[in-house]
Write a protein that binds this ligand. Structure first.
Ligand code: AMP
Length: 234
């Protein structure tokens, strides 16, 4: 079994994840962390929520990013504002001992001005929902021509929520030299289509049963007004 030390991650990151109680890498992390650290090739990873995929892409990206550079180096697209905030919080926790790191979540349903101010202050990683990300690109606040890593998280959810056109527009603005990392629980034809349009000979990794939920996650639902959605979720 591999360990986080074996991957050659920076000591600051090892210390942060040890504080979080991460002892051994999950199955997806054992596959994605060494791959992303060593290769700049594209990657498709089939993994459900709850399998540890945020650290699976977050740790190697954080390890490779240069905190001295102020242009955006990594962009993570995710389907919902809750997921954006969660990813941003997780990445900030992994990077808490690396000085100069800035991670900003951008999502709709919240005022755009504070997000604009944060982006103007300089940031290395943006985590965004497709609609708000595209809005900020069109306003020329968010400049994605410097990104080296693009993560499409829960790509199947983004497509089923109707973000295909926004994603097409965003991807058209990113440099062809970037590494694209696509995470999805399922592999419908539309994801295969995106992969063949936007990715170059991607490596494929699959953990767990295809199209199955993670065993350590249960689902419940409550019907609430949309304005109460976030507080109900909390
Ligand atoms: P994710 O699938 O990225 O949402 O992660 C699910 C949960 O597992 C989160 O609460 C993580 O903090 C936690 N987690 C991720 N990787 C590990 C690990 N290697 N050891 C223990 N917990 C982990």
């Amino acid at each position: 079994m591999s360990s986080f030390q074996d991957f050659g991650l920076r000591p600051e990151i090892l210390k942060a994840i040890s504080t979080l109680g991460f002892e051994t890498p999950t199955e997806i992390q054992s596959e994605t962390i060494p791959f992303i650290l060593e290769s700049d090739k594209d990657l498709i990873a089939l993994a459900q929520t709850g399998t540890g995929k945020t650290a699976g892409f977050g740790l190697p990206i954080l390890n490779k990013i240069d905190p001295q550079l102020k242009g955006i180096q990594a962009m993570i697209l995710s389907p919902t504002r809750e997921l954006c905030m969660q990813i941003s919080k997780d990445l900030s926790a992994y990077a808490k001992d690396i000085p100069g790191f800035k991670i900003v979540p951008v999502y709709g349903g919240a005022s755009i001005q504070p997000q604009i101010s944060e982006l103007r202050r300089g940031v290395q990683i943006v985590v965004g929902t497709p609609g708000r990300t595209l809005d900020l690109i069109k306003r020329r606040i968010l400049k994605v021509d410097t990104i080296q890593w693009l993560v499409l998280d829960e790509a199947d959810e983004m497509l089923s929520m109707g973000f295909k056109d926004d994603m097409d527009e965003i991807l058209a603005d990113t440099p062809p030299t970037k590494q694209t990392l696509l995470f999805s629980a399922t592999m419908p034809a539309a994801i295969k289509g995106m992969a063949s349009k936007y990715m170059t000979e991607p490596k494929e990794i699959s953990v767990g049963k295809r199209n199955a939920g993670a065993e350590n996650v249960t689902h419940e639902y409550y019907v609430v007004q949309s304005r109460d959605r976030y507080s109900a979720l909390k």
